[in-house]
Design a binder for this molecule. Structure first.
Ligand code: F6P
Length: 352
């Protein structure tokens, strides 16, 4: 019997998922003669009602540069459901899977680690535009998102400058400000707000005023959706998170978004400069992956198959420097990679 592997994509989608699927399927079938099954809609595909489909070489032909995921995705968390883990174990036994490749972000790696501890042979592949997974220099999708942000800033810059306005650009980043920092610096932002560093409104406004009094007549402020803003420097509060609504998903996450609008209103009120905002939202998660991401995804996929060949389970593939290596899921699960203070401080020379 040839080795039989399953592959799933879980959590928020991100450019490059199909490139990983393609690399896994091509190497598993062409090089090793294995059988590959696509598990549909993330972990949901391994629940009782979940569905799967056989993966063949024609299925993955032409998908290298395609955004989204041909396997679909969901934020289903088997750990949050009574008997959820047992269901997954039963389903994998029923499908006679020798190993599962789980492509996802921090939540997916947490589930993968828990299932691995229960005896499921698992390999993780780090995906998230937020770049907040530890153990890897970059998760795939981040580079594409940052390029989208830079293109957007380049575009809003001309209209902001023409109207002598302030423009607040809200980007994704729930717990970490990697997109805001890298996208903001590459786009020439005049102020950047990230979740790691609660910011006082007066501080942002004085940066804008300093710039305008220094001779500039427009400003670009980049804010991560998870940034916390305080209205009073003397207050002991850590800042307020702006939420879309209070409903939580299977992993306990609320929907963020809207801080840009609040910030724009406050900047205009406090400085008197006309201010607009733009929320880039899911535009950052859509479309075709960059060349960097396509190559990274391909190498991640090839490495995941190699780890299964070597029966090195409970690992996540990772980029360290120029090398694709394996790190233990135990060292990744439940952790978040945030922007270090010194990296933010070095960028601050461009603010105001
Ligand atoms: O996890 C990545 C992420 O892009 C976050 O930055 C963002 O808060 C979230 O996904 C949005 O997810 P959804 O598609 O469920 O609205």
């Amino acid at each position: 019997m040839p080795t039989h592997i399953g592959i799933l994509t879980s959590g928020g989608d991100c450019p490059g998922l199909n490139a990983v699927i393609r690399a896994v399927v091509v190497k598993a079938i062409k090089r090793n003669g294995w059988r590959v099954t696509g598990i549909l809609e993330g972990w949901k595909g391994l629940t009782r009602e979940g569905t799967t489909r056989p993966m063949t070489l024609p299925e993955v032909s032409g998908i290298l540069g395609l955004g989204g995921t041909i396997l679909k995705t969901s934020r289903t968390n088997p750990l949050s459901k009574e008997n959820g883990v047992a269901e997954v174990l039963q389903k994998t036994a029923h499908l006679k899977l020798d190993a599962v490749i789980a492509i996802g972000g921090e939540d997916t790696m947490g589930v993968a680690y828990a299932l691995h501890e229960k005896g499921l042979p698992l390999i993780g592949v780090p995906k998230t535009i937020d770049n907040d997974l530890p153990g890897t220099d970059y998760s795939f999708g981040f580079d594409t998102a940052v390029n989208t942000v830079v293109q957007a800033i380049d575009r809003v810059r001309t209209t902001t400058e023409a109207h002598k306005r302030v423009m607040v650009v809200e980007v994704m980043g729930r717990h970490s400000g990697w997109i805001a920092l890298q996208g903001g610096i590459a786009g020439g932002a005049d102020a950047i707000l990230i979740p790691e560093r609660p910011t006082d409104l007066d501080e942002v406004c004085s940066l804008v005023v300093r710039r305008h009094e220094g001779g500039k007549d427009f400003s670009i402020v980049v804010v991560a959706e998870g940034a916390k803003v305080t209205a009073d420097r003397s207050a002991s509060s850590d800042g307020t998170l702006i939420l879309q609504d209070l409903a939580k998903d299977d992993f306990g996450h609320v929907r963020l978004g809207g801080i840009g609008q609040v910030l724009a209103r406050e900047i205009e009120k406090r400085t008197g400069y006309e201010t607009r905002e733009v929320m880039l939202g899911h535009v950052q998660r859509g479309g075709s992956p960059t060349a960097f991401d396509r190559y990274l995804c391909t190498r991640f996929g090839l490495k995941a198959v190699e780890l299964i060949e070597q029966k090195q389970f409970g690992k996540m593939v990772s980029l360290q420097g120029n090398q694709i290596v394996a790190v233990s899921l135990a060292d990744v699960a439940g952790k978040t990679k945030t922007v270090p203070a010194d990296l933010f401080e070095e960028a601050a020379v461009f603010f105001g």
